[in-house]
Design a protein around this ligand. Sequence first.
Ligand SMILES: [Zn+2]
Length: 225
Amino acid sequence: MSRGGWFVCPVCGRELEGVAGGGALRCSSGHAFEVGKRGYVALVVGRSALVRSEAASLLDEVDALWGSGAYAGVAEAVVAMLPAGAAVRVVDVGADLGHVAEAVRSARSDADVLVVSSSPGRLVRAMGRAGAEGVLVDPVRALPVRDGVAGVVLCAFGAHRPAEFHRVLAGGGVLLLAVDAFQVGAVDDDLYPWFEHDQTRIVAETPGEGVAVLRYRRRRRPITW
Ligand SMILES: [Zn+2]
């Protein structure tokens, strides 16, 4: 997908389109956002203390953990749970630095992946690893992603934003999560109005109760009370 095809303007909500030459995105109101030299676009308005990089040593620890193979089962389970069919579009909001998205791209070379993060450091690592596009976002604002643009939202150990995940997924889309197994009940409760729990696999040779990979189907209409 062209870079512009994923996004809406974080100022006015209108669709962003790529400018000729590919170095920027612009909406029809004239708000423009440059694609930085590290390859991602920052769709952030003003300054936010929540948009920042962590220490490289912390990211190294995440990479080492995933690189050790401890979570290989997570990536395998996610790949097994991908929807069948043609080119799948994936929005990755996980905290795994692109390790799962890399496996998705290996298994499905036609997969189109967008990495979403509030940390430039995380974003650059995940994009490079997964061969994905990336967008820097403010974590407390709506995702600057178009309605219904994704077939899969992928979230390995990232923050859950069920209403936003529902909005960016197309009809028939699925949400794939990795969480600590003891959290499954609480996650089900949080997601219930927007998503229907579909599949569970307990994986990973980790201490404690292990990791659950969960697949949820997008409800056509959220349940309201
Ligand atoms: Zn705008």
